[in-house]
Design a protein around this ligand. Structure first.
Ligand code: ADP
Ligand code: MG
Length: 249
């Protein structure tokens, strides 16, 4: 049994079958990549895991409990944190304030932004946010206005915001999209470090094969909404169906 078990998930948008009978099992404490061409249904699948979309049929179990029918914040409280395809940070707030928001959100489900100063005395949350910032090599930027961070640091902050929630499952949707090579390599190193230092499972959607083959222990190839093959990176590299459907050979 994986920490995440997806069985027979279907999702239609009008006449379009975005997901067709998807089965996926992600083993605990592994990095599992989901790859596939544009429009394959990768983001749709991820949205079904976090409650942003509800599958038409099928089941999604996290740590033995169904996530279906739960609100996104409840799924987040179960231990799933998610990094979006485009960075979602509060540009007007400092790095430290951004780090604290997900901690409050996870603890309280919802909160008033203007209540931040009064909860500033919450020592445990501040300490957790600070310790993650240190792990991420961003402690010196804690008072910076987040909008002024580089693109790579914004992505780093976003990953840090997820980690501050101490998730058991971290979901990343194309974390290196639009990044320069140096930032991509920094992100690979950061994710390797996270994986080595924490009890965490990572499911990553990624286009860049260099990232996929640097990190993944298992790979699922999605094509036209259906898993084509699931295997180790070594076997995926040489798989004729994958070369044909995904690598365009
Ligand atoms: P990927 O992330 O693999 O590129 P998506 O999951 O974003 O693919 O999209 C899968 C298919 O579903 C695409 O054809 C896309 O246009 C369609 N799609 C995604 N979201 C919606 C939506 N909210 N409404 C209608 N069609 C959608
Ligand atoms: Mg996508």
């Amino acid at each position: 049994m994986g920490i995440l078990e997806v069985k027979g998930v279907n999702k239609r948008f009008g006449g379009l079958q975005a997901l067709g009978d998807v089965n996926l099992s992600v083993a605990e404490n592994t990095v599992h990549a989901i790859i596939g061409p544009n429009g394959a249904g990768k983001s749709t699948l991820l949205n079904c895991l976090v409650g942003k979309l509800i599958p038409d049929t099928g089941s999604v179990m996290f740590d033995g409990q169904s996530v279906l029918g739960r609100a996104p914040y409840e799924i987040n409280q179960m231990g799933i944190s998610r990094v979006f395809q485009t960075p979602e940070i509060f540009g007007d707030l400092t790095v430290m304030e951004n780090m604290m928001i997900p901690c409050f959100a996870k603890r309280d489900g919802a909160f008033e932004l203007n209540a931040m100063p009064s909860v500033g005395s919450q020592k445990d949350i501040i300490e957790r946010a600070e310790s993650v910032l240190e792990d991420m090599n961003m402690a010196d930027k804690r008072h910076m206005h987040s909008a002024s961070l580089s693109r790579g640091d914004k992505r780093r902050l976003e990953i840090g915001m997820c980690l501050s929630q101490e998730p058991r499952l971290l979901l990343l949707d194309e974390p290196t999209a639009g990044m320069a090579r140096a930032d991509t390599n920094n992100t690979i190193d950061l994710l390797k470090q996270i994986k080595d230092e924490r009890d965490i499972t990572i499911a990553i959607i990624e286009h860049d094969m260099h990232v996929v083959f640097s990190l993944a222990e298992r790979i699922t190839v999605l094509a036209q909404g259906t898993p084509l093959v699931e295997d180790t990176p070594e076997n995926i590299k040489g798989h004729p169906k994958v070369r044909e459907a995904y690598l365009g050979e």
